[in-house]
Design a binder for this molecule. Sequence first.
Ligand SMILES: [Zn+2]
Ligand SMILES: [Zn+2]
Length: 245
Amino acid sequence: MLSALEQLLLPAECALCHQLLGEREASHLTCALCRHRFRPVRPPWCGRCGQPEPHFGPCRLCVDWPAPLQTVRSAVWLAEGAQQAVHALKYGGLPRIADDLAIVMAPLRPRSDAAAALIPIPLASRRLRARGYNQSELLARALARTWRIPVLPDLLIRTRETPTQTALTPGTRLANVAGAFGTRNAEVGTRNSPAFQLPSSALILVDDVFTTGATLAEAARALTQAGATTIHGVTFARAAIPDFT
Ligand SMILES: [Zn+2]
Ligand SMILES: [Zn+2]
C-alpha cells in the first residue's frame, strides 16, 4: 500500500542522478545506468574476507575471525553513487532502494548448499525505533526473493547498544562491537515466543556496508556459540579503511 502510494506521489526519477525513469524502470528508485556506474569490488582479494589489498603472509583483516565465518564479499566500493545510495537507504527515507541494491548484490551468492538462510545484522532497538526499519533486513528480504531462500530476521539479536562506528579505527571498532550480539535460542522460550532452533544450513549474514568486518565477525561469533558451522557474509558496499596498512 505504502509503496503504491509512494509510486503515485514521487516523480519517477532516479534517486541518484534525477534522470526520469523509463516505464520499464518505474518500479525502481535508481536507473540502470547509475547501478552500472557503481565501482565493483574486484579480485585479486583475500579469499576469505574479500579485501582486495595485496597480502604478504596471513591477512590481518580476517585472521581473528571465528572459524565458521568462511567468506565475506561486497558488491561495490562505498564511493560516489553507492555512498549516495547507502545514505538514501539509511537516512534518506527511501527504504525501497534496498530492492535496487539487492540487484547489484545478487551475484554475491556464496557457493554453498542450497539450504542456506539469510540473517540480517540487527539494529539496536533505539536506532530501529528512530529509523522505523532495519536496512539490512530490507536487503536480506530482497536477496531472499532473488535467491529463493528464507530470511531469519529474529535469530540474531543485539544484546547491547553500540556507539556509531563511523569514526573508529579498526582496533576500536572491534572492541566497540565485542559481545554486541546474541542469538534468540540462547534464551529460554515461552509459550508465546518459543526458543529458536538454529538451522543446520549455511547462514548468510547481510549488512549494508563492510568497513573492517568487525560487526560481521562479532555476529558470526554469536552464531558460532549457538552452534553454527558454516557462515558467510555479503554486503552491498565496502568502505576503504583509511588507517589500515
Ligand atoms: Zn540514475
Ligand atoms: Zn582476509
